[in-house]
Design a binder for this molecule. Structure first.
Ligand SMILES: Cc1cc2nc3c(=O)[nH]c(=O)nc-3n(C[C@H](O)[C@H](O)[C@H](O)COP(=O)(O)OP(=O)(O)OC[C@H]3O[C@@H](n4cnc5c(N)ncnc54)[C@H](O)[C@@H]3O)c2cc1C
Ligand SMILES: *[C@@H]1O[C@H](CO)[C@@H](O)[C@H](O)[C@H]1NC(C)=O
Ligand SMILES: *[C@@H]1O[C@H](CO)[C@@H](O)[C@H](O)[C@H]1NC(C)=O
Length: 445
């Protein structure tokens, strides 16, 4: 008898894809083991650091990860962790990227995910199969083996798809007048790897998001001068030799001009201007989706195309606590697929997304920031938990995330020296340097 278990294709073996595979494997009565397609030869996605920063790797693939050599996390491990898999308690709260990769390795190993990953298989095309009324329909997934000697392509049928391909790979380049006339070195933060090449240079960083601010910290000890150009409130706690100036008005051959009229010499211009969503393997129109100001939509609960509710785009939101967020989205998606969490009608899902967008605009939000869920992320995750019937993320995750945010706003140079200790689902305390023997420093919250 043919199996009636659902076959799910997971695209990508970064944190989100590993999480999807782990939970599919946990419901063997409903789901066949997943097939995880991973274009590279290693799991971990963003957390796989490579020195290479050319446009392409040896196989001609785009370099996926924007990781740099000396990155330390901007969230403490107590908030970063998947809710069902804590980090090693002997580690400090803020980790080097290699420790996060080791964590993802042990997560994959613990839950037996590795055997289900097809490494070096790049998904090229995902198309829905015409479906009869009431049936799931399913999908054809076409993938090619990324191998220099053998070109192999397969097309396989699946009942459902989890797209887990990340969105920090394709640089967004803002239209700055004169950018193409700049004679110095021009790069996007995607290609930044280490500070040494910028020794004694005048560096202008464009944008003060997480990358711009962190690169200012990285470069200030070695560069002759660092300018952080941005439109927001001044960033607190940057080293004295980092100058904050307004956005760029225009770029000359060796200088940059800011909107307040000031002008600075520049050897290097680093665009820390964010990334674009990219789904080259999807025909958005065919799925009832389109490119929008904020990325792609409409997506019910930020992840389901209303017209094709057996495909899920995991992890599109920004300003979130990524791993717990993936965990909730995956469990919700699996509850939908298993029938435990029926979705509203197509029309109701589409109007719900529109209602949310209007609400966002009414609250003064810009359309292009619709996916920056920030403070709504907590009620969003709680809502998914309630709809799908899984335990909500413990409140201590929010408490620690918000404490980190406050302390980062107070001083970006010092917030990573904090160490947290969990005391329960809604209790934590700060401790001094945690060498397995934590010393409490302050009242428990
Ligand atoms: C510089 C930087 C610093 C960050 N710091 C933090 C931090 O401190 N804490 C934190 O929690 N988060 C941080 N993040 C966010 C980070 O992106 C998430 O934590 C998480 O790693 C994203 O996982 P993902 O699985 O969604 O995507 P990714 O990690 O990008 O993984 C996607 C995977 O899909 C594969 N893939 C892509 N296309 C295809 C295809 N067509 N076929 C097959 N495979 C494909 C890729 O090879 C990759 O392995 C940071 C991000 C960046 C860029
Ligand atoms: C940078 O300048 C300092 C002081 O002039 C000099 O000692 C140092 O060697 C220079 N470094 C590089 C990499 O040029
Ligand atoms: C941030 O912390 C650094 C290092 O302790 C300190 O020198 C600096 O004065 C602090 N800045 C602010 C704005 O508090």
């Amino acid at each position: 008898m043919a199996s009636t278990k659902l076959r799910v294709a997971v695209i990508g073996a970064g944190a989100a894809g590993l999480c999807a595979a782990r939970h599919i494997l946990a419901s063997p009565e409903t789901f066949a083991p997943p097939v995880v397609f991973e274009a590279s030869d290693r799991l971990g996605g963003t957390w796989v650091y490579t020195e290479k920063n050319e446009k392409e790797d040896a196989m001609g693939r785009t370099i996926h990860s924007s990781m740099y050599r000396d990155l330390r996390t901007n969230l403490p491990k107590e908030a970063m962790a998947f809710p069902d898999f804590p980090f090693d308690p002997s580690l400090p709260s803020f980790l080097h990227h290699l420790e996060v990769l080791a964590y993802l390795d042990s997560y994959a190993e613990q839950f037996g995910v590795c055997d289900h990953i097809r490494f070096q298989w790049q998904v090229e095309d995902i198309r829905p199969i015409q479906r009869d009324e009431g049936s799931l329909g399913g999908w054809f997934v076409t993938a090619t083996l990324q191998h220099p000697e053998s070109i192999q392509q397969v097309t396989e049928h699946f009942d459902a798809i989890m797209v887990c391909t990340g969105h920090y790979t394709v640089p967004f380049i803002p239209p700055i007048p004169g950018l193409d006339t700049f004679q110095g070195r021009l790069l996007h933060s995607h290609s930044y790897r280490c500070p040494e090449p910028f020794a004694n240079q005048s560096v202008v960083l464009v944008g003060a998001g997480p990358s711009g601010v962190d690169l200012a910290l990285q470069l200030s000890p070695v560069a002759a001068q660092v300018v952080l150009s941005h439109k927001g409130q001044p960033v607190c706690g940057l080293p004295k030799n980092v100058i904050q100036l307004p956005p760029l008005l225009k770029v000359g051959q060796k200088t940059v001009v800011f909107t307040d009229g000031s002008k600075m010499p520049a050897d290097v211009l680093i665009l820390c201007t964010g990334y674009k969503y990219s789904f080259p393997f999807l025909d958005l129109a065919q799925l009832g989706l389109q490119e929008t100001d904020y990325g792609v939509g409409p997506l019910y609960q930020y992840l389901v195309p209303p017209r094709h509710p057996s495909l899920f785009l995991i992890g599109l939101c920004q300003q979130i606590c990524p791993f717990p967020h993936f965990h909730c989205q995956v469990l919700f998606a699996l509850a939908v697929l298993s029938g435990r969490c029926p979705l509203p009608s197509v029309a109701d899902m589409e109007s719900e997304v529109e209602r949310q967008l209007q609400q966002h605009l009414k609250n003064g939000g810009l359309a292009r920031y619709f996916l920056k869920v920030r403070i709504q992320q907590w009620s969003y995750m709680d809502n998914l938990a309630q709809l799908a019937g899984f335990p909500p993320v413990p409140p201590v995750v929010q408490q620690i995330y918000e404490d980190t945010r406050t302390s980062r706003l107070y001083n970006v140079s010092t917030y990573r020296s904090r160490n947290y200790r969990l005391l329960g689902p809604s209790a934590w305390e700060l401790v001094q340097d945690c060498g397995g023997n934590c010393i409490k420093i302050g009242d428990a919250k």
